[in-house]
Design a protein around this ligand. Structure first.
Ligand code: AMP
Length: 419
């Protein structure tokens, strides 16, 4: 199947062609005909599958043939969970729509509202918004949603995770009853089902392979290490393997700042991105990371949601997330759009339980490798666990350990790291 079979306007095909896309991805093949036929859609697809073009291309096509928007009254509304995702979707809309006479706008928090109010006085066909700022505009009566013909809820599961359910319901109540609805979600939980039931009208269901079932693209590895040696080990790994674009996850904003400072002082250009940074700062940091001038980006989970960084080769979990599903979200940043990638986790003794929970979710053991010079001390007191003796006495057969020769020696000399 090629794009030319999808009945999209020639202006759209030209833009897609210039971007170098030759074949539609599975989600695009499945979603585009449904949207063009005017039906509602429930699509289960994660980032990296090409889902953004899956809804943007047909929405652009539909809008191009509609009567133009009145000022301040958008025809299509795309709701997204994060500011970064809003900016990325807008970038896609502008790229795919560059030969059409349609205007888009992103409406996000963290930036001055006045330029947005000014922009709304002009013609806006496609509005890409995060829920909070959109409702601010509604309160200030600077936005009129009465002409919306197409609604897209992108990454709906994350919107629910982030507590936006009430905001979404408020926004739905402001839209005209007759409209087309497209819902994209990486997971299909009961909450998503309930949201879809109330929102969609006889939707076509489309599902593409989940990223955590296509995990062959991603190599997972755990490096057991004591907490106080993690920073040194990370700097060592980046230098030793010459990693050029590394996304590192920490649990806290403070931890992200401290780690970025440490790496930077050690000759590895690094910056942190998290909720306390201004939107302008987040955008400029992300741009540096994308263009390759920033080697390491240290992020918290919330800040990293929605980051679209194509062909990201390395994701590091400096600390394992408390919620196993967040591991899947984190590593969703690597091995994207058919690329391979690796997910490396630095795991201290106190995080073993989290590792086991993640392995259960992935339905596979993660290979472990102890790095020479960073061997964990088996006698170090455990902070979180009081039953370390029992853990260490568990049979080895339950652990998939795949060590290189050099590290196997180091491990047997030092007593190793056992569960
Ligand atoms: P998404 O899942 O929408 O975040 O898209 C992931 C990446 O794949 C984006 O950087 C797109 O530019 C890229 N992409 C989307 N569709 C195609 C396609 N048909 N061929 C090649 N790359 C694509």
């Amino acid at each position: 199947m090629s794009f030319s079979n999808l009945n999209l306007a020639p202006e759209i095909l030209r833009a897609v062609n210039e971007l170098g896309y030759t074949t539609p991805t599975p989600i695009q093949n499945a979603a585009i005909p449904v949207v063009l036929a005017g039906g509602d859609l429930m699509a289960m697809a994660q980032t990296g599958t090409g889902k953004t073009a899956g809804f943007t291309l047909p929405v652009l096509h539909m809008l191009a043939s509609m009567a133009p928007a009145h000022t301040g009254r958008p025809l299509a509304l795309v709701l997204v969970p994060t500011r970064e995702l809003a900016l990325q979707v807008q970038e896609s809309v502008n790229g795919y729509g560059k030969y059409l006479k349609l205007n888009s706008m992103s409406m996000i928090g963290g930036v001055n509202i006045n330029p947005q109010i000014k922009q709304l006085r002009g013609k806006v066909d496609i509005l890409i918004a995060t829920p909070g700022r959109l409702l601010d505009h509604v309160t200030q009566k600077t936005l009129d949603l009465s002409q919306v013909k197409i609604l897209v809820l992108d990454e709906a599961d994350r919107m629910l995770d982030m507590g936006f359910v009430r905001d979404i319901k408020k926004i739905l109540a402001l839209l005209p009853k007759k409209r087309q609805n497209l819902l994209f979600s990486a997971t299909f939980s009961d909450e998503i089902k309930a949201l879809a039931d109330g929102l969609l009208n006889k939707p076509a269901m489309v599902e593409v392979a989940r990223r955590n079932t296509t995990a062959e693209m991603i190599t997972h590895k755990v490096h057991p290490v004591d907490t106080d040696k993690k920073k040194g080990l990370l700097a060592h790994l980046i230098k030793e393997y010459n990693w050029h674009q590394v996304l590192v996850f920490t649990r806290t904003k403070h931890g992200a700042n401290k780690l970025a400072e440490y790496l930077d002082k050690n000759g590895l250009p690094a910056l942190a991105i998290h909720g306390n940074k201004s939107q302008a700062n987040r955008v400029s940091t992300l741009a540096k990371f994308k263009d390759g001038s920033l080697q390491v980006l240290v992020a918290t989970d919330i800040a990293a949601r929605g980051l679209d960084i194509v062909d990201l080769p390395h994701v590091v979990n400096f600390e394992l997330p408390n919620v196993p599903e967040d591991y899947v979200h984190r590593i969703g940043r690597t091995g994207r759009a058919g690329q391979t990638g690796d997910a490396v986790s630095l795991v201290s003794k106190d995080e073993k339980k989290l590792q086991i929970a993640i392995e259960r979710l992935l339905k596979k053991k993660i290979d472990e490798e102890i790095i020479t010079g960073f061997e964990p001390n088996p006698n170090a007191p455990s902070i979180a666990h009081t039953d370390t003796t029992n853990h260490r006495n568990k049979p080895r057969s339950t652990v998939a350990i795949n060590r290189s020769n050099s590290t196997r020696n180091a491990n047997s000399n030092r007593g190793g790291f056992k569960r």
